[in-house]
Ligand binder design. Structure first.
Ligand code: CP
Ligand code: NVA
Length: 328
């Protein structure tokens, strides 16, 4: 279990050697590893690089740098946006499953981390267990970035901030209503909201709310956070500036999918629910979506939806993050 941060500045510094020029040597396992100004710096860097990209410019900020990716679960957006990002910055990526890397018992986690990080500049990981990434990071000589664990999805949440900011103009005082499971994406969005002065409401069936441990971590780090839990989705979205949803059964919960389908039946984001929200509210989804379950086609393909802008922004956010982490 993640330790409660004692302050905004309780990030996990990379303790090992790095060549000169690495200004921000830290891991990004959870958004609790950043303070709010660092988060804004990353968003600004990503926005600036996006603007250049749209003008046809791809500054080669990280020539020769190597990104190693270790994934335990499938991924379209995260894996490929990370790889596109490092290539567009002048570096290159190598990919392996965690099993191929030897994390299936072939050798110890600490040895894998020491070896792989000795010839990589950045490591991204997608695992079931959140503690595996945290443990790996303890032994890594280079920054480790969480590309989704059961408890967090920080790069998704940062991307969502970027998308909200560029679409609605600012973050402060937005009201993000997450309709669905209190899962990894919802928890990261709650931290992201607390860090940026957004209000967040989780509209959730009873039994699927945030854990008390998570709420206590959030309250310790951000005592003024404005996170609410509601069980009536119609009421929750009535003051939303963003309506957000995600799958009802996350990767690893497939055996529970039928039970969840019943539990979340009243929490589908459909035209009826969107009509309860202000007409200018955005619709967001991290994807992949189960169309016809948590969201209907008319909403995800409708005029309020920014889901493909979100997906594209994964790459821009990754470029900003990699450049920031490596001090460029
Ligand atoms: N949103 C997201 O993380 O998508 P992938 O699972 O395809 O990486
Ligand atoms: N909550 C989902 C997010 C997928 C990007 C999952 O963990 O499967």
């Amino acid at each position: 279990m993640e330790q409660a941060p004692s302050s905004y500045f309780n990030f996990q510094r990379v303790r090992r050697r790095r060549p000169a020029g690495f200004l921000n040597m830290k891991h990004l396992i959870s958004l609790f590893d950043l303070n709010p100004s660092e988060l804004v710096e990353i968003l600004d860097r990503a926005a600036a690089l996006k603007k250049l990209f749209q003008q046809g410019e791809r500054p080669q900020l990280l020539p020769g740098r190597v990104l190693a990716q270790l994934f335990e679960k499938p991924s379209l957006r995260t894996r490929n946006s990370f790889e596109a990002a490092i290539v567009n910055l002048g570096g290159s990526g190598i990919f392996m499953t965690t099993a191929e890397a030897g994390l299936n018992g072939r050798e110890s986690l600490s040895d894998v981390a020491r070896v792989l990080s000795s010839f990589s500049d950045l490591i991204t990981m997608r695992t079931f267990s959140h503690s595996l990434i945290s443990e790996f990071a303890k032994y890594s000589q280079c920054p480790v970035i969480n590309g989704l664990s059961d408890e967090r999805h920080p790069c998704q949440a940062m991307t969502d901030l970027l998308t909200i900011r560029e679409t609605l103009g600012c973050l402060k005082d937005q009201h993000l209503v997450f309709v669905g499971d209190g899962n990894n994406v919802a928890m990261s969005l709650a931290i992201a909201s607390a860090m940026t002065g957004m209000k967040m409401t989780l509209a959730v069936p009873k039994g699927y709310e945030f854990s008390p441990q998570f709420v206590s971590l959030l309250s310790n780090a951000y005592p003024d956070h404005q996170t609410a839990i509601m069980h009536d989705p119609g009421k929750a979205v009535s003051s939303a500036t963003v309506v957000y949803t995600d799958v009802w059964a996350s990767m690893g919960q497939e055996d529970d999918a039928e039970r969840r389908k019943k539990a979340f039946a009243e929490f589908q984001v459909n035209d009826r629910l969107m009509k309860r929200a202000p007409a200018e509210a955005l619709f967001m989804h991290d994807l992949p979506a189960k169309r016809g379950l948590e969201v209907t086609d008319d909403v995800i393909d409708g005029s309020q939806s920014v889901v493909f802008q979100q997906a594209e922004n994964r790459m821009h956010l990754a470029r900003g993050l990699f450049a920031w982490l490596l001090g460029k």
